[in-house]
Write a protein that binds this ligand. Structure first.
Ligand code: HEC
Length: 140
């Protein structure tokens, strides 16, 4: 009898501790989930400001992309091509085609094997080409 009473008390104590532990875990989880959802709505605006103010502008081949190509690419990717460049980048459809089928965006961002070979172009130029693609390759 006595033994079982002691056992009961110890068990009760154990159960109490477990209860406390569970409450602690629940409270901790609640705290974490609250702070998470508090942060979320503000994240895109306050923590991730759009680095490129041009995002609202239409990026077109004629206004933006053509001059990037002639300034950085057509010395080799001209028509005709020179320095063993495999294709020319002198028209709208050639450049669009190179983005779609020749990994042009990957190459202009590839630090190990960049185009142009001398090194990466400015972030602005690279962003413009990415946006041109994202906006559906506008020509004018
Ligand atoms: C100095 C000459 C030169 C310049 C400048 C140059 N390229 Fe190239 N490009 C090459 C050569 C040579 C190759 C083929 C070898 C290779 O893939 O690295 C090539 C390959 C490429 C390829 C891969 C084609 C394929 O089908 O594998 C792409 C895409 C490309 N260039 C885009 C560009 C862009 C965009 C620019 C300008 C931002 C540029 N290149 C500037 C010489 C040049």
């Amino acid at each position: 009898m006595v033994l079982s009473k002691i056992k009961k008390i110890t068990l009760n104590k154990y159960a109490m501790n477990l209860k406390n532990l569970i409450s602690l875990i629940v409270v901790t989880l609640l705290l974490f989930s609250c702070s998470g959802s508090d942060d979320d709505p503000t994240t895109p605006n306050s923590n991730n400001p759009d680095p490129n103010p041009n995002n609202s502008t239409n990026i077109t081949y004629n206004s933006h992309i053509k001059s990037i190509m002639s300034g950085n690419c057509t010395s080799c990717h001209g028509n005709p091509t020179t320095n063993s460049a495999p294709m020319s980048l002198t028209t709208y459809s050639e450049v669009k085609n190179a983005v779609e089928t020749r990994g042009l965006i990957e190459r202009i961002n590839d630090t190990n094997n960049p185009m142009p070979q001398g090194g990466l172009m400015s972030q602005t130029n690279r962003d413009l080409i990415q946006q041109w693609k994202d906006q559906g390759f506008l020509e004018n």
